[in-house]
Design a protein around this ligand. Structure first.
Ligand SMILES: *[C@@H]1O[C@H](CO)[C@@H](O)[C@H](O)[C@H]1NC(C)=O
Ligand SMILES: *[C@@H]1O[C@H](CO)[C@@H](O)[C@H](O)[C@H]1NC(C)=O
Ligand SMILES: *[C@@H]1O[C@H](CO)[C@@H](O)[C@H](O)[C@H]1NC(C)=O
Ligand SMILES: *[C@@H]1O[C@H](CO)[C@@H](O)[C@H](O)[C@H]1NC(C)=O
Ligand SMILES: *[C@@H]1O[C@H](CO)[C@@H](O)[C@H](O)[C@H]1NC(C)=O
Ligand SMILES: *[C@@H]1O[C@H](CO)[C@@H](O)[C@H](O)[C@H]1NC(C)=O
Length: 434
């Protein structure tokens, strides 16, 4: 083993060690919370003068997937916004279900993977389109669209999933409560997308996780996830200046508002407004729609919490993810989405500006807009979203590029990988430009 390889292994071991010290159940929300200073993550290229960008990116991907062990395919695609430059790189590493099984199908760049919270960008895009159409205003209180009720009334209106995937428009009045004061009516539409409402994230609550882990075959209606945060105190009053708390709960409210305004299932709005027009033929809402490419997906394992090592596609329990992100896609579709978003084809310039108005979060180097974040690494900045399981979809403004893919194993670190990609690109553009 060369010294640089052992350095990489040490770095990886350090990051895996950190991850396993934390409460496994909290890892659901860690995707935006692990932004410790990424080190110089790809020293292998440091002294190269003959940099081949494809070879170096494949090497970075292979190294990261090597840290996954048996579980987790790696996929990366880098594409230019400039059509004449096209695809800069596409590659894959590992195998579809078990990296250590030589008889298993090798992962290919066109395979589908779970994108999880990347879907928050889709929810935000649909909402911004509704704003452009005058159907919703970002400053409206959510009570303009949803009805406050008690907990026993939540999720009973639309038990038939065809009525809506959210399960009706009654939300618990106590969803946002601090002491004896309820602030649920103070939450605005904007706060459903920017993590500044202060509502608890149901993925952080043991009451929810207990039911989620126990009930493998449960089909969750979106609103049912609101019951758990409604039983506990919120973090801070909605819109408290300078406060931020990442929460899928607020995105559930966004999903309900979209269903209320559109009168159709949320998954249909994603398809009609984004997947269809952008030509994302390999993207679908898991469990709620049929996969257009039934054999296209790589396995996705949970290797944490009470679930043990199971393929998450095998049970419908992940319907508990919904407007916060519950789709499978592929790297090409995600790049097509990012190109459409950043080139202004999905919403008005005013809405795109509102969506990408990044404000500081509680994490160094991370700022958040509406369903989209900006990360500043030593090697450069990226704009987009990551998802549980280390899926990622980001624009790289400095180079007019987009990148998407997955490491498909939440124990891995997407920050290190994303920094590696930036380091390769920096080196490449530094050596190829006059
Ligand atoms: C690159 O070259 C410098 C100067 O020779 C050396 O100190 C450094 O260790 C090299 N880096 C790698 C990753 O080989
Ligand atoms: C993965 O493959 C390795 C090597 O064939 C095998 O030892 C291991 O049991 C496999 N894991 C699963 C979950 O099938
Ligand atoms: C909750 O709503 C139901 C149905 O309207 C009603 O029967 C019940 O009394 C309410 N409970 C509370 C605590 O308000
Ligand atoms: C909250 O309400 C309870 C019951 O009405 C009351 O006993 C308590 O003093 C209130 N607490 C505060 C901080 O107002
Ligand atoms: C919440 O809304 C009420 C009623 O509009 C208002 O009086 C109160 O100041 C608001 N509180 C916060 C924290 O925004
Ligand atoms: C998606 O499918 C439609 C309808 O079959 C087709 O016209 C379009 O070219 C496809 N888009 C891509 C990107 O493959």
């Amino acid at each position: 083993m060369s010294p640089s390889q052992s350095l990489l292994l040490l770095l990886a071991a350090a990051s895996l060690g950190l991850a396993s010290c934390s409460n496994a159940r909290l890892r659901r929300r860690l995707e935006l919370r692990e932004i410790e200073e990424p080190q110089s993550v790809f020293p292998l290229i440091e002294n190269r003068t003959d940099l081949d960008v494809q070879g170096a990116l494949q090497e970075a991907l292979d190294l990261q997937v090597g840290f996954n062990g048996d579980y987790g395919s790696g996929i990366l695609r880098v594409e230019s916004l400039d059509p004449s430059a096209g695809v800069v790189f596409e590659g894959a590493a590992g195998r579809r279900t078990n990296n250590s099984d030589p008889s298993d199908t090798p992962t290919t760049p066109d395979m589908q993977f779970e994108i999880a919270s990347i879907g928050k960008m889709f929810t935000a895009v649909v909402m911004m389109q509704l704003v452009d159409e005058g159907k919703v205003s970002l400053d409206d209180p959510i009570t303009e669209y949803l009805v406050l009720g008690n907990i026993s009334e939540v999720g009973v209106v639309g038990d038939d999933p065809s009525v809506g995937e959210g399960g009706g428009f009654v939300i618990p009045e106590s969803l946002h409560r601090i002491g004896n004061t309820t602030y649920t009516a103070n939450i605005t539409v904007r706060m459903t997308l920017d993590h500044r409402s202060g509502v608890q994230n149901y993925w952080d609550l043991d009451t929810f996780l207990g039911d989620y882990e126990r009930e493998a075959d449960r089909y969750w209606l979106g609103a049912e996830t609101l019951i758990y945060p409604a039983e506990v105190e919120a973090h801070f009053p909605p819109g408290t200046p300078g406060r931020y708390e990442y929460t899928d709960t607020a995105f559930m409210l966004a999903g309900l508002i979209i269903e209320k305004v559109e009168g159709k299932p949320l998954s249909q709005s994603y398809s009609e407004r984004i997947f269809g027009p952008v030509g994302m033929n390999n993207t679908y809402s898991q469990y709620r729609e049929d996969n257009p490419n039934p054999d296209g997906e790589v396995a996705r394992y949970a290797i944490e919490g009470g679930l043990g090592l199971i393929d998450m596609r095998a049970t419908p329990r992940n319907t508990a993810e919904w407007a916060g992100g519950a789709m499978a896609s592929d790297a090409s579709d995600l790049c097509a989405f990012l190109k459409a978003l950043f080139s202004g084809r999905l919403m008005s310039p005013e809405s795109l500006e509102a969506m990408t108005n990044f404000e500081p979060t509680d994490e160094e180097g991370v700022s958040y807009g509406l369903g989209i974040n900006k990360r500043v690494y030593g090697a450069g900045s990226i704009i987009g979203h990551s998802g549980y399981g280390r899926s990622f979809a980001y624009g790289i403004p400095e180079y007019g590029l987009v990148m998407a893919g997955t490491l498909n194993n939440h124990e891995n670190s997407d920050h290190l990988f994303q920094s590696s990609v930036l380091e390769v690109l920096n080196k490449y553009y530094a050596t190829t430009e006059p």
